[in-house]
Design a protein around this ligand. Structure first.
Ligand SMILES: NC(=O)c1ccc[n+]([C@@H]2O[C@H](COP(=O)([O-])OP(=O)(O)OC[C@H]3O[C@@H](n4cnc5c(N)ncnc54)[C@H](OP(=O)(O)O)[C@@H]3O)[C@@H](O)[C@H]2O)c1
Length: 348
């Protein structure tokens, strides 16, 4: 069966990655692509790397343009999804790559984003453990409204959920420092994102608990553990086009040995196709996940400091956004969860 698809914001980085993955998907056929400043351009004008849909022309991003499809992927700046998608029929699958429907607490939305709150949708991290048992995947099956995760948020959540769910870490001591590539900020131009500022330098930003993904991270840890979490998160912009390398630490329960920690990660992820838990002593590199829908995770117990240290690598545009969106769509529609999703990276 072939599902007709519209991609809103298809001229951007996230929308372009959605198109790239859909181009080899056996069950989806993209028929509409929308944009803003690029209306009237073709896909090949904006994304010369995308050949399957090269001749499609970008149209304006309106509710009318998105109507009449089986599935709609939305990859526009946050705050726009509600007005764009609220009139789509309940049976249409809508997957939003933006932040608009991720947060379950309206107070979090007001504090970190602001503007109208349009409610939470099924969260698109299928591998996330649920404190009541099972995984988030069960809540995506049959869903028709899905919120794809924030790339930094899902990387940290997957890094810590097994230890949090098992009660092995103090949830008030989580510290995550992420090296991130500038594609995470989209195509927007700014001096800080220009090559002359970025190349040869690493720059921390949103320092001191200011990043918008913080409530989403704490929500994900809460979903896994059943308890509240306090997360210190600092992103560091580094000169790689895409990719996230997340180093997360937390205080371990006294006397916890590495074998016990490894056991809960093995149990959580050994059957997962898109989360790779590395052998003892090995840690992931961003190069090995680029273009791949895999979150790669390694860990160590720092006995001197009494801390768990987890290192995770994710391609922000693939498993961090578009891959998660399509993986969730596959589950929602009852398709093979892995359809259209690469696991191989493109290193070096
Ligand atoms: N980049 C990532 O790694 C990443 C990760 C997770 C989630 N996301 C989310 O995905 C969404 C898109 O991000 P992005 O990184 O792809 O940004 P982007 O590269 O800047 O693309 C933004 C897209 O939205 C369109 N757009 C901009 N202003 C618009 C308006 N007023 N009305 C309608 N369309 C408009 C743009 O069209 P034109 O280019 O034609 O102007 C473009 O297609 C955001 O909500 C972001 O938070 C991104």
């Amino acid at each position: 069966m072939s599902f007709s698809v519209a991609v809103a914001g298809a001229s951007g980085y996230a929308g372009g990655e959605i198109l790239r993955l859909l181009s080899t998907h056996p069950d989806f056929e993209v028929t509409t692509v929308t944009a803003h400043s690029n209306v009237g351009q073709t896909v090949s004008d904006v994304h010369p790397n995308l050949r399957r849909y090269a001749g499609l022309t970008f149209v304006d991003t309106t509710p009318e343009a998105l109507a009449g499809h089986d599935a709609v992927f939305v990859a526009v700046p946050h705050g726009m999804s509600g007005a764009l998608t609220s009139h789509l029929p309940a049976e249409t699958l809508v997957v939003d790559a933006g932040a608009d429907h991720r947060l379950t607490d309206p107070a979090d939305w007001a504090a970190f984003y602001g503007g109208d709150y349009f409610g939470a949708w099924a969260y698109g991290v299928p591998e996330l453990l649920l404190s009541q048992g099972g995984k988030q995947r069960s809540l995506l099956a049959g869903a028709r409204r899905v919120a794809a995760p924030g790339c930094n948020a899902s990387t940290i959540i997957l890094s810590l959920a097994p230890a949090a769910a098992a009660g092995l870490i103090d949830l008030d001591t989580i510290v995550s420092v992420l090296s991130v590539g500038p594609s995470g900020a989209g195509k927007s131009t700014s001096v800080a994102l220009s090559a002359s500022e970025l190349l040869g330098s690493a720059n921390a930003y949103k320092v001191g608990g200011k990043h918008r993904h913080i409530p989403e991270i704490e929500q994900g840890i809460r979903v896994a553990s059943g308890g509240s979490a306090r997360v210190s998160f600092t992103p560091v912009l580094v000169p790689m086009s895409r990719g996230i390398l997340a180093v997360s630490t937390a205080q371990l329960a006294a006397g916890t040995e590495v074998a016990a920690v490894r056991a809960v990660f093995e149990s959580a992820y050994s059957t997962e196709r898109f989360v790779e838990f590395m052998p003892d002593g090995r840690f992931p590199r961003t190069a090995d996940v680029l273009g791949s829908n895999v979150a790669s995770i390694g860990l160590a117990v720092d006995e001197h400091a009494g801390k768990l240290t987890v290192v995770a690598a994710v391609d922000n545009l693939t498993k961090g956004t578009a891959g998660a969106a399509i993986q969730s769509a596959n589950i929602a529609l009852g398709l093979d969860e892995a359809a259209g999703l690469p696991i191989e990276g493109v290193a070096p």
